[in-house]
Ligand binder design. Sequence first.
Ligand SMILES: Cc1cc2nc3c(=O)[nH]c(=O)nc-3n(C[C@H](O)[C@H](O)[C@H](O)COP(=O)(O)OP(=O)(O)OC[C@H]3O[C@@H](n4cnc5c(N)ncnc54)[C@H](O)[C@@H]3O)c2cc1C
Length: 310
Amino acid sequence: MTYDLIIIGGGPAGSSAAVYAARKRLQTLFITAEWGGQSVVSEKIYNWIGTTSLSGNELAENFKKQVLANSGAGQTLKVKESQKVTSLTKKDEVFEIKTELGEEFLTKTVLIASGSGHRKLEAKNADKLEHKGLTYCASCDGPLFSGMDVVVIGGGNAGFEAAAQLLAYCKSVTLLHRSDTFRADEITVEKVLKNPKMKAIKNVDILEVKGEKFVEGIVYKDKNTGKITELKVSGIFVEVGQIPNTSFAKDIVPLDEIGRIKIDAWTQKTETKGIWAAGDCTNVLYHQNNIAAGDAVRALENIYLYIHTK
Ligand SMILES: Cc1cc2nc3c(=O)[nH]c(=O)nc-3n(C[C@H](O)[C@H](O)[C@H](O)COP(=O)(O)OP(=O)(O)OC[C@H]3O[C@@H](n4cnc5c(N)ncnc54)[C@H](O)[C@@H]3O)c2cc1C
C-alpha cells in the first residue's frame, strides 16, 4: 500500500503530528526509534504546557499512550516502534522509506521529526575514555559518581540541568564553558550557581581528557590568559550541543551547514515537494518541546491541505 503520510520520530514533534494525522484520518505510518525525545533524560520538566511538572520518562509514557490511543483496529494510524529509518528516497511519484530491520514502505508525503543527538567533545582522549568516566547523560550515569569531583562541559540549559542533577550526589561540580556568557535560562543559572558545591569557569578551551583506564582529570586553557590548568576529576559530563539526526535524508532534502533541514517557517515545507520537517532536526532558532510540538502541528495542517487539494 501507499500511505498518505509517514512520520519519522517519536519526540514531541512526531508524537503531536501523529495525533493530528489520526484525527484527520490520514493513512499514516508513524516510525520511531524511541519514545519521548531528548528530554526523556530530564528528572523534571517544568514548562510542558498543561502540567506543572513531570519527569522525562512520564512525558515519553504520555506520548506513547496518546499516540497508541489513536492507533489500532479501525484507525488510520499505524505505529512501528523501536525502528530506525535508514533511507528516504523518491520512487516515481512517491517516497520510499527503509528501516534498519529491512522493512520498506511507500508514501505520498513525509514528515521528518527525527530531532537531534549529542555533539561529541573534541579533545585529546575524549573518544578513548567515553563510557569510562566521560559520559553524555547525567541522569543515566550521575549516581555512579556519588561523592566524587566531576566537571560538566557546556553552559547551555542542558549543561546546567546536568549540573543540577549531579549536585545531589557529587562532592563538587565544576562547569566549564567556552564563552563569556551562559546560554542557559537566567533562573536556572542563578539557582545552580548558588549551591556551595558548584563552581563555573568561563572562556575555556578543553584540551585533553586525562586517564588511562578511567578518567582522572581534564586539561583546559583559559582563552584570555592562555594559562593551562589540569583539574583532577573522576567524571566528565559533556553537554556541548546537538547534532541533527538527518543523515538518512541528506540526499533528498537540502540541509544547512550543520546538517539541519531547511524549512519554510510558514508551512514547515522543505525544499523537496512532498517532504516536511519539524522540531530540532530543522533550522529553527529555538529548541523546546512546546515549539517542536507546535511546528509539527503546523506541518500536519499543511500536509493535510496538500493531500486534499492535490
Ligand atoms: C537534557 C535536555 C533537557 C531538555 N529539557 C527541556 C525542557 O525542560 N523543556 C523544553 O521545552 N525542552 C527541553 N529540551 C529540549 C527538547 O527536549 C527538544 O527541543 C525537543 O525534544 C525536540 O523535539 P523533537 O521531537 O524535534 O526531537 P527529539 O526530541 O530529538 O525526538 C526525535 C525522535 O526521533 C527519533 N528518531 C531519531 N532518528 C530516527 C530515525 N532515523 N528513525 C526513526 N526515529 C528516529 C528519536 O528516537 C526520537 O524519538 C531539553 C533537551 C535536552 C537535551
